[in-house]
Write a protein that binds this ligand. Sequence first.
Ligand SMILES: Cc1ncc(C[n+]2csc(CCOP(=O)(O)OP(=O)(O)O)c2C)c(N)n1
Ligand SMILES: [Mg+2]
Length: 334
Amino acid sequence: MAIRETSARHEALGLDEDDLRRMHYYMLLARRVDERSWILNRQGKAAFVISCQGQEGAQVGAAYNMRPGHDYLYPYYRDSGMTLLLGQTPRDQFLSLLGKREDPNSGGRQMPGHYSSRELNIVTASAPVGVQFPQAAGTALAFKMRGEDGVVLACGGEASTSGGDWHEAMNFAGIHDLPVVFLIENNVYAISTPTKLEVAGSIAKRAEGYGFPGHEVDGNDVLAVYEVAREAFERARAGEGPTLIEAKTYRMTAHSSDDDDRRYRERQEIEEWRQKDPIVRFEKYLMEHDLLDEERKEEVDTEIKAEVAEASEYAENAPFADPEDVLLGVYAEG
Ligand SMILES: Cc1ncc(C[n+]2csc(CCOP(=O)(O)OP(=O)(O)O)c2C)c(N)n1
Ligand SMILES: [Mg+2]
């Protein structure tokens, strides 16, 4: 009772119960799709998995500010929480993971994690780390030149801020006050390289050098990320220019299904971060505010697991692309 009487954080942010339930649903959905993906990998059905686990709070918190089909998303390979929130389905994700013809991202011809949807304005990434940023700045320039109020959300891991593309995009966006939000999901590693060997100093503070604000935020707190991103989206929509957000988070799985992380990090470190699991933390918040209890939590999880199982089965039974389609979309027709 005492907690309800004090103004709750979500109320101050203008989020109602439905918003919170949606946020929770998509975070959990992303986690369960991811877990299922690892099973499909270990069963020898999925060749490669790259996870979002641990980053769902940063992803849902930031993308919850987007207007799907209006704003543009340049995700990176871990952003499945964002693409699910915007409207891609677990089926879409498994069709992509298993390289099936119906895969909406690429017809089964791209690596998993290369999300793409014309209707949802999700632009596929190229495989080199960080190349999405100049493209995102270009889309933001197009919004500005057309006098439209769209915002571009451009995402990457902390290692992408060590590459030239990111700096060029930051500089260009700063010069032209472009409506772009740079979200860096700092998950402590770039494969086996720890952040301290990737970045000297603060990522968030680099924004100052490019003439716009940068914020560091607890990336495992979905409401904190939502809050800082909301301000960034408002700024962009008002024509005031870009914002950089560094969400401090953690990669709970190995880099990918091809990586053995026992070679470069202690189990205890992972355990410590598990205590800060963004989903568990948000569930605690919801329970403290009487918006969730154990029974309802079970119900939601059961519902999600059924949806995930159905989607996975559908994708497993779906046909592969025809071999002769391999060059579709690669070269211009005629
Ligand atoms: C230009 C380039 N260099 C190296 C790679 C190989 N590579 C793929 S993911 C990755 C790690 C990137 O780390 P980070 O940006 O922190 O993202 P995270 O995987 O930790 O989420 C690397 C080095 C690549 N894809 N592109
Ligand atoms: Mg990283």
